[in-house]
Design a protein around this ligand. Structure first.
Ligand code: HEM
Length: 487
C-alpha cells in the first residue's frame, strides 16, 4: 500500500513538473495586433523592459506588436543563458530591417556555417591586422596624433568632438580592412563615415521599430528609405574600393582583411571549390559590418569618457596624475594599462554607465529550451537586456552613479567584475572586444595626457547632461567641450 502511495505521489509530482516545463515565461497580457505597445515607452525601450523585469522576474515575455520576444534581465539570467546555454541562445535573431540591409551575409546578421566561417576569418584577421601585432598598436598611436592635431586646432575653444572622433576611430577599421588610412578632410571618406553613423542612429528610431513590428509599413516610412539609400551608397563605394585593391593584389603581401579574403577566395576557386562562403557578397557585407559595429560604438564610448571627465574634474585630476606618474611625456602603450588601475577603472566605469548597446543585438533560440523552469520555443526572439546587467542592483554598489571604485579594491588595485558585460557574452560576444579595449585605452590616455577637458564658458559641470540621445546606441546628447592643451 505504502509503495503504491509513493508511486502515486511520484507520478503526480513528475506530472506537475512537466506541466511547469511547458509554461512559457510570464509577461503582461498582450492586446491583439498591438501586443504590449501601449505599456511600453519605445523611446527608451530598454528602461521600460527593465521596469517590467521588476514585476515579472528575470525571464519574461513581451509582445512588440504581433512579435513575441523573451527578455533576459539581470546578470544571473543573462550569463546563464548566453554562457551556460551558449548553443541554445547563440543564434542571431534577424529583424526585417536587418534582413533588408544584410541579406543574410556578413557576420552580424547571419547564422549557420556562413556566419561561423566569416566570424572565424574576421577574428583571425583582426588578430593579424588589428590587435595581435605590435604594428597595430602603432596604427592606433599614429591615428591619435592626427586626432590631437584637430583638437589643438580648436585652441581651447568649445567644439563638438563627434566628427573628428568618428573619423579617427573609423580610420582604425580602414587600416585593418584596406591597409591604409584617409585624411579627415577627404570628402568621400567623410561622407562614408557620416552615412554609416547616420544609418546606425536611424536603426534605433521609432519608425524603424515600427517597420520591424509591421513590415508592411516599410514602404511608407521615409526613415527606412533613408537607411536603405545610405546603405546602397556605401555598398557601391565599398565595391569600388574592393575593385581598386583587386587590381593591385599581391598574394605575398596582403595589406589587410580585404586582400586576405580575396586571396582565400582565389585559392578556393583554383582548387575547384565553387560553393565556398568566400564570395563577394560575404566580403562586402563583412567589411560593412566591421565599419558599422566598430566605429560608432568605440567613438561614442570615448565621447562619453571625455564628457564624464569634464563633468567630474576631480576624477580627471586623478587620471592625469596617474598618467604623469606612469607614462610621463612619451606616448601611452597598451602595456601601461596594468600599471594604471585607476585609469583602467575609469574606462570600465565609463562603459558600464554609458551602457551604449542597451539591448545587445537580438538573439533567437536554436531549439525548444527549458530555461529557469520555462519553455522557450525554438525560433523565439531573445533580448539580453544589458541595461539590467550593467545596472544590476545586486552586482553594483551604486549603479546609477559614475563611481570608478566599482572596479577598485581597498588598495586601489583594479578588480575585474563578471557583471561588466558591455560587449555581451557567449557565442555572439562582440567580435571586436579586444580591439575596442585597446583603442579605448590608447585614445583615452593620449587625449588626457595632452588636454584638460572642461565644459564651455558659461556652462557648469552640473549642466553637462548625462541623459543620452537614443539611436541604436545610447550616445551623449549634443554638447561641446573645451580641450585646453596641458603644459
Ligand atoms: C557585436 C558591443 C566595438 C564588431 C556586438 C554586440 C555588442 C557589442 C553588445 C552584440 C553581442 C550579442 O549579440 O550579444 C560593442 C561595444 C564596442 C564594440 C560596446 C566598443 C566600445 C566593436 C568593434 C568591432 C565590433 C571595434 C569591430 C572591429 C562586432 C561584430 C559583432 C559585434 C562583428 C557581431 C558578432 C556576431 O554576431 O557574431 N558588439 N562593440 N564591435 N561587434 Fe561589437
Amino acid at each position: 500500500g505504502a509503495g503504491l502511495l509513493v508511486l502515486a505521489l511520484y507520478l503526480i509530482s513528475s506530472g506537475s513538473s512537466s506541466e511547469q516545463h511547458g509554461k512559457e515565461p510570464p509577461g503582461p497580457r498582450p492586446l491583439p495586433l498591438l501586443g504590449n505597445l501601449l505599456q511600453l515607452d519605445l523611446k527608451r525601450l530598454d528602461l521600460a523592459l527593465y521596469e517590467l523585469s521588476k514585476k515579472y522576474g528575470s525571464v519574461f515575455t513581451v509582445h512588440l506588436g504581433p512579435k513575441k520576444m523573451v527578455v533576459l534581465a539581470g546578470y544571473k539570467a543573462v550569463k546563464e543563458a548566453l554562457v551556460n546555454h551558449a548553443e541554445d541562445f547563440g543564434e542571431r535573431g534577424i529583424l526585417p530591417i536587418a534582413a533588408e540591409l544584410n541579406n543574410g551575409h556578413g557576420i552580424v546578421f547571419s547564422n549557420g556555417d556562413s556566419w561561423k566561417e566569416m566570424r572565424r576569418f574576421a577574428l583571425t584577421n583582426l588578430r593579424d591586422y588589428g590587435m595581435g601585432k605590435k604594428a597595430s598598436e602603432e596604427k592606433i598611436i599614429e591615428e591619435v596624433r592626427y586626432l590631437i592635431e584637430v583638437f589643438e586646432e580648436q585652441k581651447g575653444k568649445a567644439f563638438d568632438t563627434t566628427q573628428p572622433m568618428n573619423y579617427a576611430v573609423s580610420n582604425i577599421i580602414c587600416s585593418i580592412v584596406f591597409g591604409s588610412r584617409f585624411e579627415y578632410s577627404d570628402p568621400h571618406f567623410r561622407n562614408n563615415v557620416d552615412r554609416v553613423n547616420e544609418t546606425i542612429r536611424l536603426g534605433g528610431t521609432i519608425p524603424i521599430q515600427f517597420t520591424n513590428m509591421f513590415p508592411w509599413l516599410g514602404p511608407f516610412l521615409k526613415t527606412r528609405t533613408r537607411m536603405l539609400t545610405n546603405n546602397n551608397s556605401n555598398k557601391q563605394e565599398m565595391r569600388k574600393l574592393v575593385r581598386g585593391l583587386m587590381e593591385t593584389l599581391n598574394p605575398q603581401m596582403c595589406r589587410g582583411f580585404i586582400d586576405s579574403f580575396l586571396v582565400r577566395k582565389q585559392t578556393l576557386e583554383k582548387s575547384g571549390n565553387m560553393s565556398s562562403h568566400y564570395h563577394n557578397e560575404n566580403l562586402i557585407q563583412s567589411v560593412m559590418n566591421l565599419f558599422a559595429a566598430g566605429t560608432d560604438t568605440t567613438s561614442t564610448t570615448l565621447r562619453w569618457g571625455l564628457m564624464l571627465m569634464a563633468k567630474y574634474p576631480k576624477i580627471q585630476d586623478q587620471v592625469q596624475e596617474e598618467i604623469s606618474k606612469v607614462i610621463g611625456c612619451r606616448h601611452p602603450l597598451v602595456e601601461d594599462r596594468k600599471n594604471m588601475p585607476y585609469t583602467d577603472a575609469v574606462i570600465h566605469e565609463t562603459q558600464r554607465l554609458a551602457n551604449i548597446v542597451p539591448m545587445a543585438i537580438p538573439h533567437i533560440t536554436s531549439r525548444d529550451i527549458t530555461f529557469q523552469g520555462y519553455l522557450i520555443k525554438k525560433g523565439t526572439f531573445v533580448t539580453p537586456l544589458l541595461t539590467s546587467v550593467l545596472c544590476d542592483e545586486s552586482e553594483w554598489e551604486s549603479p546609477q552613479n559614475f563611481n570608478p571604485a566599482h572596479f577598485l579594491d581597498e588598495n586601489g588595485q583594479f578588480v575585474k567584475k563578471d557583471a561588466f558585460m558591455p560587449f555581451s557574452a557567449g557565442r555572439r560576444v562582440c567580435l571586436g572586444e579586444g580591439l575596442a579595449r585597446m583603442e579605448l585605452f590608447i585614445f583615452f590616455t593620449s587625449l588626457l595626457q595632452h588636454f584638460r577637458f572642461s565644459p564651455p564658458p558659461g556652462v557648469t559641470e552640473e549642466d553637462l547632461d548625462l541623459k543620452p540621445s537614443v539611436g541604436f546606441t545610447l550616445s551623449p546628447s549634443h554638447h561641446q567641450l573645451c580641450a585646453v592643451t596641458r603644459v
